[in-house]
Ligand binder design. Structure first.
Ligand code: DUC
Ligand code: ZN
Ligand code: ZN
Length: 558
């Protein structure tokens, strides 16, 4: 048998180890079939020489919003998946959302398939956002989603009028999710706290983007996280709390994990590791991003240091570009607590939560300004669409933490930890074990290759500075503009084929470096996630043995 592709001289990184340098990976029909010190090159075998490079599993980004109702949709499947590919990611899980008027999930999923069909450069799957869990959905359709569609995860919102669920609905969904082995993701923020603060801020003319962070304080995240954990404890349902940003909220997850009452998983995102809420107070933008009637005035930017001065224009709405929920937090010690939680194992997965809006567009982050001008009202932070772009920058930012010698120890990931958080764990948590998330025989040959030595990689000595120009999404900014990283994937390989080569020039219509095409990505029917089942037969804390029979009536029967 000739291999289709051999990656030779590889230093393979898995979630458990960095393997000895010099191994070859043999790939046939898109699958890794052999790993050995020597593999024979056949007449038709292509060879990639990974001498000096780290070879990691393709990224799995398990929290992405593309072409979604009820969410910013600045990127659709084509541009979003292209951007992911260029950043080393080979699998994305995006959301299909039920609207409150839809009583059945089948048309929802059909619609979202039609949006993604033939558009994705990389493999993909869906989570379902449940906004109206009817009896029919809970008793029949969720199971059909698992069996027929391979959709084995749901997201529940504790905030936002169009999506928010009460505790009763959450409990009913959790009971069913436990029975079906469905992974339950939760957006945990207390909506009443947010609404109360927001209306009082607005009444007092605190309307600028910077008030967004004040309106969504850490206690709103912490209360909802604690409540979600209580609901999951009562129902013995494992949960996964998404986009965690606050130390106190994380401490609730850690406490639940360490008492091992039941599995509570936690996700964070690069923006909660790197960016502070002071970004929301920005009052100028680079001239190139200036909204129309403004004219350039003054002031150099202070992005990265030695680069030439870039003209900026005043724009009191500039901070809107950093509006996301939960919001960016206040202090470097907040950021450090997220790093600590990754390093001590509380946080088990890092996604991008790519949910972008254009800045400079009527439907985007400046929408409140544009609407207000038309209606002669005051624009407010509460009208800014939430969410940031981040699909393409997720892996380079975290790979930097794993390989940059200048990274302080408190923010240093090991290479196996990098792989675990960005690929292996998300694959396992969402039912892709055995196919995605590691480099081993039998797995899809989804592989990212990083050449760290200067001169070997296309990455300039000393690293590179992230700019929006170099990215492949369709968004007019990146929140990481000016951030330096020491490396970037040179190759991204999807099921055995090189689909991204950083050194390749622009292909008309695709963007620089892109070798793949929309439609290369396959829909993934997923199995059940390895979130572990909750306690079986163990009473929730505080219940007495004498109550066991009664507990069994509601906890184990329909
Ligand atoms: N929740 C998300 O999951 N993403 C973007 C914004 C939000 O509120
Ligand atoms: Zn969310
Ligand atoms: Zn999200």
């Amino acid at each position: 048998m000739d291999f289709d592709l051999i990656i030779k001289n590889a230093t393979i990184v898995t979630a458990s180890e960095v393997l000895q340098p010099g191994l070859s990976i043999g790939i046939k029909n898109g699958i890794i079939v052999a790993i050995a010190l020597f593999l024979p090159v056949g007449a038709s075998t292509k060879v990639v020489d990974a001498e000096g490079a780290y070879v990691t599993p393709g990224g799995v980004d398990s929290h992405v919003h593309l072409h979604q109702d009820n969410a910013p949709t600045g990127d659709k499947w084509l541009t979003g998946s292209r951007s992911a590919l260029a950043g080393g990611t080979t699998t994305i899980l995006a959301f299909a959302t039920q609207s409150r008027t839809q009583e059945s999930l089948f048309p929802v999923v059909k619609e979202y398939h039609s949006r993604a069909d033939g558009q994705s450069y990389i493999d993909y799957g869906f989570h379902l956002i449940l906004t109206k869990p009817t009896e029919k959905i809970l008793q029949h359709e969720l199971k059909a989603m698992v069996d027929q569609e391979g959709i084995t995860s749901v997201k529940l919102y504790m905030t936002y009028p169009a999506m928010k669920l009460g505790d009763g609905d959450m409990l009913e969904i959790m009971m069913q999710a436990r029975a079906l082995g469905v992974t339950t993701m939760i957006h945990a923020e207390n909506s009443d706290m947010i609404d109360m603060i927001t209306s009082r801020l607005l009444r007092n003319s605190r309307t600028l983007p910077k008030y967004h962070a004040i309106a969504r304080p850490q206690i709103a995240e912490s209360e909802a996280t604690n409540r979600a954990i209580s609901l999951s404890t009562l129902t013995s349902t494992p949960i996964l709390i998404v986009h965690m940003s606050s130390p106190v909220a994380i401490s609730h997850a850690r406490k639940a994990q360490s008492k091992s009452l039941l599995p509570v998983h936690a996700e964070t995102c690069p923006h909660y590791l790197y960016l502070l809420s002071s970004k929301l107070a920005a009052t100028s933008v680079p001239a190139a991003l200036a909204p129309e009637p403004h004219s350039p005035s003054h002031s150099p930017s202070h992005g990265g240091g030695e680069e030439e001065e870039e003209e900026e224009v005043e724009d009191e709405w500039a901070g809107a570009r950093h509006v996301c929920a939960p919001p960016l937090r206040h202090s470097t010690s907040d950021l450090q607590s997220i790093w600590d939680a990754m390093l001590n194992g509380t946080i088990t997965t890092v996604s991008s939560d790519h949910a972008p809006s254009l800045y400079n567009s009527p439907g985007g982050k400046r929408k409140p300004l544009i609407d207000a001008a038309a209606s002669q009202t005051v624009p407010t932070f509460a009208q800014i669409p939430n969410g940031l772009p981040g699909l393409e920058t997720r892996l380079p930012l975290l790979f930097d933490a794993a390989t940059n010698v200048d990274t302080p120890p408190s923010r240093r990931l090991s290479l196996p930890k990098f792989v675990e958080l960005t690929s292996t764990n998300p694959a396992r948590l969402y039912g892709l074990s055995g196919r995605k998330g590691t480099i081993a025989p039998g797995f899809d040959a989804d592989i990212t290759i990083w050449y760290p030595s200067p001169g070997h990689t296309g990455v300039a000595e000393g690293g590179l500075t992230i700019t929006n120009d170099m990215l492949h999404h369709s968004i007019d900014y990146t929140p990481f503009e000016g951030v330096k990283v020491c490396n970037w994937p040179r190759y991204t390989i999807l099921r055995g084929e090189v689909k991204w080569d950083r050194d390749v020039e622009l292909r008309e219509g695709h963007g620089r470096g892109i070798l793949g095409s929309p439609g290369d990505g396959r829909y993934l029917k997923r199995g059940k996630g390895e979130v572990l089942v909750g306690r079986t037969g163990q009473l929730p804390p505080g219940m007495r043995e004498g109550e066991r029979d009664e507990w069994a009536v509601w906890a184990t029967h329909d």
